[in-house]
Design a protein. Sequence first.
Length: 191
Amino acid sequence: MKRLALAIGILSLAAPLALAQSSTWVSDPYHSEVDFSVRHLSIANVHGRIGGVAAKLLLNEANITQSSVTVTIDVTTIDTGVAPRDTHLKTPDFFDVAKYPTATFVSTGVTKTANGLAVAGNFTLHGVTKPIVLQVQGPNGPVTGLDKKPHTGFSATTAIRRDDYGIGPKFPDAFVGENIQLTIELDVAKQ
């Protein structure tokens, strides 16, 4: 019984130390976005961006593989630079933003790679959740921002298939490519 009490006491002291190694960082909405590229008519790429990105990063500075991130993406902010196309992308033909206004990414693990980090997680888009892996460069910094807080940056890339998420099912691959390249740019500030 004394050993159990001693073990519980040690664990209760160790927990705050483990938490002290992690810090909370929140995205700067003016410098964070999701960029995408998709093939059109099998001849050219169409690019766009989604500016409504809100991320919360629990960064373990002693061991980055113990970090986690949650990102919410406001799909209603999709912008390809062509207003009629943006309006069409928001309809049930594609993203159906009235029904599915946000997409989310919730990390499930972080590993170091030769080129940076691999962040595995669950990506939910158009009401469908699938596991994906982000290839991440960063952290870059920290530097002090105009808000007088430490800022750091991350750039992540991945590819998804639109048919996995039920996006534009009546449009064949020859018209709108199945593979969508994503780049997530995050500027996060320490809280």
